[in-house]
Design a protein around this ligand. Structure first.
Ligand SMILES: Nc1ncnc2c1ncn2[C@@H]1O[C@H](COP(=O)(O)OP(=O)(O)OP(=O)(O)O)[C@@H](O)[C@H]1O
Length: 546
C-alpha cells in the first residue's frame, strides 16, 4: 500500500499530522466496503431533444479511490457540480459513459445505498439541537442496535469526531456556518457510507473553519471511505490534506491523478509553478490559458499520464486485496436497508413534535389570528344569522369564513414548506425513510392544529353571529371548516413543493380567485354563460355553500 507522509509543513510552517495512524477514531464509523469509483467518457447534454442542446460534460474520465480524499477543481461553470451529481446517480437522463464501482457497473438504486451526496446548500432542521439531529439520523439509519443509550453513544462518538461536543445542545439555527457544515457531514456518516461526495463543502467558511472541514474529510477518507469534493481556491494548507486531484475545464477532464504528480506533469509540458505560488491557482491559470505555453501539448501529456495512472490503480495490489471486489455490485451493497415503516414513523413523529413545540411563534400566531378574526367577524356580522332581513350579510359572513380559513392556512404553508421540503428531499434521496412514513407523519403531526384552530374559530363566530343552535348544523359547519383548513394547508404545501416561495405566493391567489368567482356567492349557476359553467363544478368553495 502507498505510504502516507508522516507529517507535512503547511504554508505557515505548521505541522499537519497526516499519518495513517490517525484514521477516523471509531471502528464503527468505518465503511462496510471500500469502493473504487471509476468513470469513463462521461458526457452530459441538456435539452438534447431540442435544437438548443448544450453540452455540459464531454468525455470526462477519472477515478475516486477509497481511503483517499479527491478534490475536483476547475473554473466556475466548468461542470464540477454536474459531474458530482452524475457520479452520485442523481442525474441519469441524457448521460453517456460508464461509471463502475470496484470494476463492476453499478445500478443507481444500489449505488445510492452506499453513496452520500452533500449539496452545497445542505438542509438541516433548524429547530433541532445538534444532539437531536445526530440522534434522529442514527435512529433512522443505523440498524441492529437497541435502546437509546446505544444511539447516544454513536451521537457522542460522531460529535467528538466532528469537534461538536461542546455544541451538542445548541440549536442548528444558532450554529456557525462551519459547525453546520461539519454537522451536515456528521448526519451522513452515521451509516458509514463507502462513498462521500461533497459539493463545495468549504464555501462561505473562513480559513480556520475550512481547514477543520477538510481535516474532517481527510480523517473520514483515512477511515476507508472514498471521499471526493469540489473545492474553490484551496489554500496551501488545505492542499497538503488532499490526495488526488481532478481538473475540469470547459466540461472536459484535463488532469486526474495525485496532487504530488501534478507539479511534475505540468513541468513536463513546460509550465513551471513559481516558488511559493499556490499550485491550485497555478494549474487553474494554466488550463484557463492565462499563462504562456503549449496547452495542447500539456493536454496530450496529461491524457497519457492520467490513463496510465488509472490503469495502475486498477491493477494495483492495494485494490486487489484491500477493496472487497464483489462479483456483483449488489453483494457489497448489502446495507443499509431501511427500518420498518412503523419505526420510521415513530422517529419522524418524535422529531415533528419537537419542531412543533419549538416553532411556537408561528403556531401561536396562527392560533391568535384565528381567535382575533373570529371576534372581528362576530362584531361585524353580529346576530346576522338570527335576522332574516340580513340574509345578504349572513352569506357574506359565510363567504368570509371560508376565505379566511383557506388563505390563512395555505399562505403560511407556501412560505414554510420549502424549508421542510429541502430537508425531506435530502433525507429521502439519501434513503433515510420511505415516502409513506414521511407523509403519514406529516398528516398526523399537522392534524391537531388543523382541527383546533378552526374549531375555536368557528365556535366563536357561530355563536356571536347568531347562527341556528342546532347540533347537526353546527357539526356540518364545523366539518366544512376543518376540511377547508386541511385543503388550504395541503394546496399550500403542494404549491410550495412544486414551485419556489415567490411563485407560490403569486399562484395561490391567482388560481383561487377565479375559482371563488364561480362559487355561487356572486353569480348564480343559471346565470353563468354555458361554456363557463364547468368552472362552477371545480370551484370547491361552491360545495360549501350548498
Ligand atoms: N439545466 C441546465 N441548462 C442549461 N445549462 C446548464 C444546466 N445545468 C447546468 N448548466 C450549465 O452547465 C455548466 C456547468 O454547471 P456546473 O454547475 O456543473 O458548474 P460548476 O463547475 O459547478 O460551477 P461553479 O463552480 O460556478 O459552481 C454551467 O455553465 C451551467 O450554466
Amino acid at each position: 500500500m502507498e505510504a502516507y507522509p508522516r507529517e507535512e509543513l503547511d504554508s505557515e510552517g505548521c505541522t499537519i499530522p497526516l499519518t495513517d495512524q490517525d484514521p477516523f477514531d471509531s471502528n464503527r464509523l468505518k465503511p462496510v466496503a471500500k469502493m473504487l469509483v471509476e468513470f469513463d467518457g462521461l458526457s452530459y447534454t441538456v435539452d438534447s431533444r431540442t435544437e438548443k442542446s448544450k453540452k455540459i460534460l464531454e468525455d470526462v474520465s477519472g477515478c475516486f479511490r477509497p481511503e483517499r480524499l479527491t478534490t475536483i477543481i476547475g473554473p466556475s461553470g466548468a461542470g464540477k457540480t454536474t459531474l458530482l451529481r452524475i457520479v452520485s446517480t442523481l442525474k441519469t437522463t441524457n448521460v453517456r459513459g460508464s461509471i463502475t464501482v470496484n470494476g463492476k457497473e453499478c445500478d443507481s438504486d444500489v449505488f445510492r445505498k452506499q453513496a452520500c451526496f452533500l449539496p452545497q446548500q445542505f438542509a438541516l432542521s433548524p429547530l433541532l439541537t445538534v444532539r437531536e439531529t445526530l440522534y434522529i439520523a442514527a435512529r433512522l439509519k443505523v440498524q441492529g442496535i437497541q435502546g437509546p443509550h446505544a444511539f447516544y453513544s454513536i451521537v457522542a462518538e460522531i460529535a467528538e469526531n466532528l469537534n461538536l461536543t461542546n455544541n451538542l445542545d445548541t440549536l442548528v439555527e444558532n450554529l456557525s456556518g462551519g459547525e453546520q457544515k461539519r454537522l451536515s457531514i456528521g448526519v451522513e456518516i452515521v451509516t458509514k457510507p463507502s462513498i462521500l461526495l461533497l459539493d463545495e463543502p468549504t464555501t462561505g467558511l473562513d480559513s480556520a473553519s475550512s481547514n477543520q472541514v477538510i481535516g474532517l474529510l481527510h480523517k473520514i477518507a483515512r477511515g476507508g471511505c472514498t471521499v471526493a469534493c469540489v473545492i474553490h481556491q484551496p489554500s496551501s494548507r488545505m492542499i497538503s490534506q488532499f490526495d488526488d486531484l481532478l481538473i475540469i475545464h470547459n466540461g472536459k477532464s484535463f488532469y486526474y491523478g495525485t496532487w504530488d504528480d501534478v507539479f511534475s506533469t505540468f513541468c513536463d509540458a513546460g509550465y513551471t509553478c513559481p516558488q511559493f505560488y499556490n499550485i491550485a491557482e497555478f494549474v487553474l491559470e494554466v488550463v484557463s490559458g492565462e499563462r504562456d505555453g503549449d496547452l495542447n501539448n500539456l493536454y496530450k501529456i496529461c491524457s497519457v499520464k492520467c490513463a496510465n495512472w488509472k490503469t495502475n490503480i486498477r491493477n494495483s495490489s492495494t485494490i486487489g486485496t484491500d477493496v472487497r471486489i464483489a462479483s456483483n455490485c449488489r453483494q457489497i451493497v448489502n446495507k443499509p436497508k431501511q427500518l420498518s415503516t412503523w419505526q420510521q414513523q415513530k422517529t419522524l413523529l418524535s422529531r415533528a413534535i419537537i419542531c412543533i413545540k419549538r416553532d411556537n411563534t408561528l403556531t401561536k400566531l396562527r392560533f391568535a389570528a384565528h381567535v382575533l378574526v373570529a371576534f372581528l367577524l362576530g362584531v361585524v356580522f353580529y346576530d346576522s344569522g338570527n335576522n332574516a332581513s340580513r340574509i345578504q350579510s349572513n352569506i357574506a359572513c359565510v363567504f368570509f369564513v371560508l376565505l379566511f380559513l383557506y388563505f390563512a392556512n395555505s399562505m403560511p404553508a407556501v412560505q414554510m414548506f420549502p424549508i421542510e421540503a429541502a430537508v425531506f428531499l435530502r433525507e429521502y434521496l439519501n434513503n433515510w425513510y420511505n415516502l409513506k412514513s414521511y407523509f403519514s407523519v406529516k398528516i398526523i403531526s399537522d392534524l391537531p392544529l388543523q382541527i383546533l384552530a378552526p374549531s375555536v374559530f368557528i365556535a366563536i363566530t357561530y355563536y356571536i353571529t347568531g347562527q341556528p343552535m342546532e347540533c347537526d348544523r353546527f357539526l356540518r359547519t364545523w366539518l366544512i371548516c376543518i376540511l377547508t383548513t386541511i385543503l388550504g394547508q395541503s394546496s399550500g404545501m403542494l404549491v410550495g413543493a412544486a414551485f419556489d416561495t415567490q411563485i407560490g405566493v403569486f399562484l395561490i391567489p391567482a388560481i383561487n380567485m377565479p375559482i371563488i368567482l364561480f362559487a355561487g356567492f356572486f353569480i348564480k349557476f343559471s346565470e353563468v354563460t354555458p361554456y363557463l359553467q364547468p368552472l362552477c363544478f371545480i370551484s370547491f368553495f361552491r360545495f360549501r355553500l350548498l
